[in-house]
Design a protein. Structure first.
Ligand SMILES: Cc1ncc(COP(=O)(O)O)c(C=O)c1O
Length: 337
């Protein structure tokens, strides 16, 4: 299958499978898994944090991330479009009694600082206690400007807030900007990284922060059933994802630009409202196109995408080549004409 639905569909390479098969393992709940320990230690040092914890998913890493900063009755500021507000089943509110305070994202993905200022609650027993600002980078494929991250840090410091980064695709941001990862994660108190998206591992994410914060997250991870045993098999893939699959993200970004240009050349397809900055492409499709029929027809030919009209999303990743894109475009052209 050629799969444009998401970068979560990436499959482990043969080399990654070998690394997984050969990984030394132990019981990670006892702290005995050498491969998990090595990944956590390496990741903490590489990203400039004191400690890290390996989690089963990005959703779990965000949940632990928010709950390790906040107590019951606290709140976190986030974007209306934030994954950890909109797409994680309300976990922080449901499981932690931590209230989200969403702010509408600017078109570039940032949160307007003037609106954030107004959203911080005074110390008054009518209100939840505002504790945390949570940002996402990339968000909808868009890269947050580096200056903005430091302005947000100033804002957070002024209000005594912690700052969390949902960095599911933070390496896409670093590669797109051509900067070292540390340059864009330094303003944050905590961050997540998804290993199982464009970086190509089958499972796993990391949460990074201070020693004390990660100790709290580790307890919470156990509480939500996320303590894994011989998890080194997964951590070995995660390590390879971080050490071997970062630079190649540039290829996915170039492919995404090509895909957008080619889509735009098709009758009834318009990408002009969207800027391609990383590996995510959006396209508006005219209602005269039977997009559900097109998706069914292409599925028969081994090509998958999620049909939609406004802002239909297609994602490039290590399982999609330039030729695959040209094949998709050829098939759509044939269908629509
Ligand atoms: C920005 C962002 N954060 C977090 C997640 C959650 O990751 P997972 O699917 O591993 O739970 C996703 C998943 O798509 C995401 O796009």
């Amino acid at each position: 299958m050629i799969d444009f639905r998401s970068d979560t569909v990436t499959l482990p390479s043969e080399k990654m499978r070998q690394a997984m098969a050969n990984a030394p393992v132990g019981d990670d709940v006892y702290g005995d898994d050498p491969t998990v320990n090595a990944l956590e230690q390496w990741a903490a040092e590489r990203h400039g944090f004191e400690a890290a914890v390996f989690t089963s998913s990005g959703t779990q890493a965000n949940l632990l991330g928010i709950l390790s900063h906040c107590e019951r009755g606290d709140e976190y500021l986030c974007g209306q479009d934030a994954h950890n507000y909109k797409y994680e089943a309300g976990g922080a509110a449901v499981l932690g009694s931590v209230q989200p305070q969403p702010i509408e994202n600017n078109p570039d993905g940032t949160l307007p600082l003037s609106k954030l200022e107004k959203a911080v609650k005074p110390d008054d027993n009518h209100f939840a206690r505002t504790r945390l600002l949570s940002l996402e980078n990339t968000i909808g494929g868009k890269v947050l400007p580096v200056d903005y991250l430091y302005q947000a840090r100033e804002f957070a410091d002024r209000h005594g807030l912690k700052m969390h980064l949902d960095g599911a695709r933070v390496y896409n941001a670093a590669v797109a900007l051509g900067v070292d990862i540390r340059d864009i994660v330094a303003p944050f108190d905590s961050m997540t990284i998804c290993l199982s998206k464009g970086l190509g591992a089958p499972v796993g994410s990391l949460l990074l922060g201070s020693q004390e914060y990660i100790a709290k997250a580790r307890r919470l991870r156990k509480m939500v059933g996320g303590g894994m045993r011989q998890a080194g098999i997964l951590a070995a893939a995660g390590m390879m994802a971080l050490t071997e699959n970062v630079e190649r993200l540039a290829e996915d970004h170039a492919n995404a630009k090509h895909l957008a240009e080619m889509l735009n050349s098709l009758p009834g397809f318009d990408t002009s409202a969207y800027d391609v900055q990383t590996n995510i492409v959006f396209v508006d499709v005219d209602t005269s196109v039977d997009i559900v029929g097109l998706s069914a027809a292409l599925k028969e030919k081994g090509i998958l995408f999620s049909p939609g009209y406004q802002g239909m999303r297609l994602v490039t990743h290590l399982g999609v080549t330039r030729d695959d894109i040209d094949l998709l475009i050829g098939e759509i052209r044939r269908y629509v004409s």
